[in-house]
Write a protein that binds this ligand. Sequence first.
Ligand code: NAP
Ligand code: ZN
Ligand code: ZN
Length: 354
Amino acid sequence: MKSFGYAAKSAASPLNLFQFERREPGPRDVQIDILYCGVCHSDVHTARDEWGGAVYPVVTGHEIVGRVTRVGAEVTRFKEGDLAGVGCMVDSCRHCINCDDGLEQYCDHGFTGTYNSPDKRSGGVTYGGYSTSIVVDDHFVLRMPEKLDPAAAAPLLCAGITTYSPLREWGVGKGHKVGVVGLGGLGHMGVKLAHAMGAHVVLFTTSPGKTQDALRLGADEVVVSRDEDAMAAHAGTFHFILNTVAAPHNLDPFLSLLRRDGTMTLVGAPAEPHPSPTVFNLIFKRRRLAGSLIGGIAETQEMLDFCAEHGIVSDIELIPIHQINEAWDRMVKSDVKYRFVIDMASLKDEVKSL
Ligand code: NAP
Ligand code: ZN
Ligand code: ZN
């Protein structure tokens, strides 16, 4: 099936129009006409080969919302016309202990990423959501709540679940003082979700100009992390800190803010490692440094339903696809308010004019 997307042909090249084939839907497949796709910093890390392993051409995009156009004979959960979502995964082994636990992201055999993963079905590589359509096994398709704006809900499929899952895993709720580090795509969802879970939320930023926005998004306090006195005023007081920063940085100033038994969980995935934190900063207060990867399919559905109940979506800048290269450059400079989302009608128009 003919499909069009925007692809990087090399680590240094901008994204350009690319034509490729999608498989015909099999009995358990759902075919989706893509309406919107969010722009995640992981798209940039992957296409510019900052993590290694890029297979070109790379078509990124794993915050996909669209309408179901066709379903296979064995699919019962979706029908033509449904609003559907696809996040970071399109397959996994389905029988290891982690898949059995509904934690497909930790599959012992490696999950199949929505893009730049070996595609078991085609023998090639997976192509993501900066494209006109996608075909996905129904287990990995999410039901999008119709009451949420579909463009603003797209980022929930990565930024939303990546912050929701650790907030739930570490039991964030009323009476907890929670820090969120970095106000980008993930960070602004972390602020909204932690606030909705009832926590006292403190946003740490390197961009003083984002202060008013952070308060509007649900932060109770904002700290400019380069201000040492402002940081010191919070020493030893946090139950939990979610660190979303996309660049290597010193973790010690944040670990010092945790109370006894407090945890800082890293979700940001910079290309170069963070400097190793001081061991004494951990052992003297039994502090924990942890990591977390997106979330399982069942938990992603739970998060979408939670967002529908609380009226939570992303704050987005909707762009036509030809502005994607500029959007990536702005995101890398921490200049996104607070997630770019591609309006895929712009790609369909471009294809029509060929
Ligand atoms: P983003 O929108 O670019 O946000 C990152 C934020 O980090 C920036 O807005 C900025 O916030 C802060 N920041 C950037 N450079 C910094 C620096 N040098 N020092 C301190 N702070 C800095 O990116 P995103 O899409 O939210 O993704 C964030 C990271 O999470 C990326 O590495 C991405 O690959 C990763 N990720 C991980 C998972 C997972 O499953 N673990 C899932 C998705 C994404 P301020 O301006 O407020 O300082
Ligand atoms: Zn992502
Ligand atoms: Zn598995």
